[in-house]
Write a protein that binds this ligand. Structure first.
Ligand SMILES: NC(=O)c1ccc[n+]([C@@H]2O[C@H](COP(=O)([O-])OP(=O)(O)OC[C@H]3O[C@@H](n4cnc5c(N)ncnc54)[C@H](O)[C@@H]3O)[C@@H](O)[C@H]2O)c1
Length: 327
């Protein structure tokens, strides 16, 4: 492995810019190339990092001697980029959600496993110090109940308000909370969801529900609830409450409140999860460390839960997460 890890980025939007800034701050990583069908966006991001710009990710993979690739496309565009990276035999960081549905994600997972591709997925909440602290506090206890929420606005990207663009709010946003719930309470067995008839943002062609509520039954017998809305003009709250015998915890992206009866113990997060997730991936690519906390196979389990909720909200019936694989 070279001293400097040359990285290609597919998709040059908001999250790609964030990863590029973080990666460029490491001494052992360099943005070598950026591909986006929007040539101006590719050129702008590439220009900021002294990288080459491409409109086509296949041309980028053929022309560049890359060590790893970040796939930062919108949810609807997953599939062809991942298959091309697997074909090229390169490690791959994929942003969440890994697709808008299960068929695309299941097929990528199958090919990742067959090729032995090193993968990481952008569930950076696993790198929150407060999530690590919550796990320590849960050691030796059984989670009995979880209350998750993502109460937010419609994000300012054109593809978000269409199911065939984003997959809906639970798939696109609340996936972070589902991933955290799985980390603390294990796998979800079954879900039952309801969604409001109001559509996101009120745009005439919007088909994403403005509010969704889901009940979750975990394999270990714990029960949970997830509430998501995009009715607001601001990000109101996103996080998870966890209840065990004699212990209540409230976890957000910035802090953890621990209740054992007296005044809550409040722990502030250091705010480095978005750096730590990229550091872990580069270390894994360079063979220096093995701290990738969500690989593709694991992210698929989170995505199955989100898709099962989406399916249940539409069909109105309980959906086993395994059954969701048919969605
Ligand atoms: N982990 C996180 O906290 C986090 C934060 C923000 C966004 N995201 C995720 O990242 C993804 C992208 O979000 P964004 O805000 O950057 O979106 P965006 O719309 O700002 O950018 C997406 C870019 O991908 C490009 N694109 C579309 N199809 C493509 C293709 N086939 N090949 C290459 N490029 C293509 C678009 O032209 C656009 O420039 C979303 O799935 C989002 O959920 C994750």
């Amino acid at each position: 492995m070279k001293e400097t890890c040359d990285i290609g980025i597919i998709g040059a939007g908001g999250v790609a810019a964030r990863h590029a800034d973080v990666l460029s701050g490491f001494g052992d990583a360099r943005i070598a190339a950026v591909a986006d069908p929007d040539g101006e966006r590719a050129a702008a991001l590439a220009g900021r990092h002294g990288a080459r710009a491409y409109r086509d990710h296949v041309a980028m993979l053929e022309s560049e001697a890359l060590d790893a690739v970040y796939v930062c496309v919108p949810p609807f565009a997953h599939g062809p980029p991942e298959h091309a990276v697997i074909e090229a035999g390169l490690p791959m960081f994929v942003e969440k959600p890994i697709a808008i549905d299960l068929a695309v994600a299941e097929e990528i997972a199958r090919r990742v496993a067959a090729a032995g591709t090193l993968t990481a997925v952008g569930h950076q909440w696993r790198y929150l110090r407060v999530a690590e602290r919550a796990r320590e506090l849960m050691a030796g206890r059984e989670v009995r109940m979880l209350l998750g929420h993502w109460l937010d606005k419609v994000p300012p990207v054109a593809w978000w308000s269409r199911l065939d663009g984003s997959g809906g709010q639970v798939v696109e946003q609340a996936a972070h909370v589902i991933d955290l719930a799985r980390l603390l309470a294990g796998e979800v067995a079954e879900v039952h969801a309801l969604e409001s008839r109001t559509r996101a943002g009120g745009a005439p062609d919007s088909d994403v529900a403005a509010a969704t509520i889901a009940n979750l039954e975990f394999q270990n017998g714990a029960v949970g609830n997830l509430a998501a809305t995009c009715l607001l003009a601001w990000k109101h709250r996103a996080g998870l409450e966890v209840y065990a015998e004699g212990l209540a915890m409230e976890l957000s992206e910035s802090w953890l409140r621990v209740h054992t009866g007296a005044a809550p113990d409040v722990v502030e997060d250091e705010g480095l999860a978005k750096t730590r997730i990229d550091r872990a991936f580069v270390d894994a690519v360079r063979g220096l460390d093995d701290d990738v906390r969500t690989d593709y196979a694991d992210a698929l389990r989170t995505h199955r839960v989100a898709c099962a909720i989406a399916r249940s909200a539409v069909t109105g019936r309980r959906v086993a997460v395994e059954e969701g694989a048919l969605w």
